[in-house]
Design a protein around this ligand. Structure first.
Ligand code: NAD
Length: 392
């Protein structure tokens, strides 16, 4: 159980790039990082493409005005001159800027926590992995839903054989917020998401399905995709060549099969994201809309619902618990768990504590690369007439 006590010797000096006043995701970063004030201390920012608005916002959050910088280049240059300069930055800017900002931060000797999808291409991601290794720095990815404790329960039960042999993986991340094109015209966050120059090679595949794909890898670490078929389309024609809907069929290397539906045109749906893993004996199902419950359905027996925080859960699920059973945990707790694990990874790297790094499960650079790889393979299949392709 987590209670905010020190997990690392001292809080990390942290800054945000992007995630400003009007952004969708910025507050999730701050509430995640600052939840335990023993993990991070926010000391600087380049919050906004609009420097003045970014400074005003930073000052309102309690930062010193002189450490609210006009842009990320100025932040990296000025912080490098300070004894107490920034050690880690979070990048919460539109996708097309992640690569250049990550590279610049690593070259400045600063650890990086970056938004998904990490970059546009696997080649970029491999280059950054190499750079981070050379510099001895961490690159983490904010798959913010992956910190829910019951996902660790799912992982432990599957590993223990409690559902039998895995046969099917059913994944879904859908919503209806882009069912019409009104937001494409007025929302800054939506405009760039449907512009390939800024969003990259996909819309919903990168924007939402990367989360669910990472969750599938978290709970099924041994299962590898062997081939896939992706059919993608844009129901709002102006979004083409990017997709507002995609369906993917997968073959895994153990003979299991899988399916992912990613969509932003699922009109009226507020279900968001779910994963169902079907084994030869039983199934497990979890949804982020009700993350404190895990369905465990054994063929021929009454269905069970497992609740977060209960003593019957695996120790790895209880270790990530914050509020205790009976009290609703949600996305903020999940983000706080991810940010804490990233802090532990960064601190362990700073102290040369390899044992901690080897035992820590968190969304690292490899998880980021896998997200980019997933998008690349899906797009290659879709653009090849929705044909089966080997997973490369
Ligand atoms: P947004 O358009 O709502 O906000 C972007 C923010 O970045 C704004 O504050 C903008 O001023 C700032 N910005 C843009 N360019 C900048 C630059 N060069 N330097 C500094 N600041 C800059 O976008 P969003 O929806 O918040 O998405 C941002 C990123 O977060 C994207 O990569 C997106 O995929 C990701 N995201 C992740 C989650 C999640 O759950 N992990 C949720 C939403 C968005």
């Amino acid at each position: 159980m987590l209670n905010g006590e020190k997990s690392i010797p001292r809080p990390l000096r942290w800054a945000m790039i992007g995630g400003g006043r009007l952004s969708q995701v910025g507050y999730k970063h701050r509430s995640g990082a600052l939840r335990d004030n023993t993990a991070y201390q926010m000391v600087a920012s380049a919050f906004d493409i609009d420097a003045e608005r970014g400074r005003d916002f930073g000052v309102n959050l309690g930062l010193a005005a002189e450490r609210c910088y006009d842009n990320y280049q100025q932040l990296l240059a000025e912080e490098a001159k300070r004894e107490d300069g920034v050690e880690v930055v979070s990048i919460a800017t539109p996708n097309g800027t992640h690569y250049e900002i990550t590279k610049a931060a690593l070259n400045a000797g600063i650890h990086v926590i970056c938004e998904k999808p990490l970059f546009f291409t696997c080649a970029e991601a491999q280059e950054i992995k190499q750079l981070a290794a050379t510099k001895g720095l961490i690159v983490g990815v904010t798959y913010g839903f992956s910190g829910h404790p019951l996902l660790m329960q799912m992982r432990a039960m599957i590993a223990n054989g409690e559902i039998g042999d895995v046969r099917m993986v059913e994944l879904q991340y859908t919503h209806g917020f882009s069912a019409n094109d009104s937001a494409d015209k007025f929302s800054e966050a939506q405009k760039w998401r449907v512009d390939p120059k800024i969003a990259g090679p996909s819309f919903v595949l990168g924007d939402i399905s990367t989360h669910t794909f990472y969750i599938s890898q978290l709970v099924l670490p041994q299962l590898k995709v062997k081939s896939l078929l992706c059919d993608r389309q844009s129901f709002i024609p102006s979004r083409a060549p990017l997709e507002d809907n995609a369906m993917v069929l997968m073959h895994y290397d153990n003979g299991a099969v899988g399916r992912m539906w990613a969509s932003s045109i699922n009109a009226g749906s507020m279900d968001s994201q779910s994963i169902r893993v079907i084994g030869s004996r039983a199934s497990l199902e979890w949804s982020d809309y009700n993350p404190g419950e895990l369905k465990y359905e054994v063929q021929g027996q009454p269905n069970q619902i497992m609740h977060h925080g209960m003593p019957y859960l695996h120790e790895s699920a209880l270790a990530d618990e914050r509020l205790g059973a009976l009290h609703t945990e949600g996305l903020a707790e999940s983000w706080a768990n991810i940010y804490l694990k990233l802090a532990i990874a960064i601190s362990a790297t700073q102290r040369g504590d390899q044992q901690t790094l080897d035992n820590l499960i968190y969304p690292d650079i490899n998880a980021g690369i896998e997200g980019v790889r997933w998008i690349e393979n899906c797009v290659r299949s879709a653009d090849n007439g929705a044909s089966w392709v080997n997973y490369e």
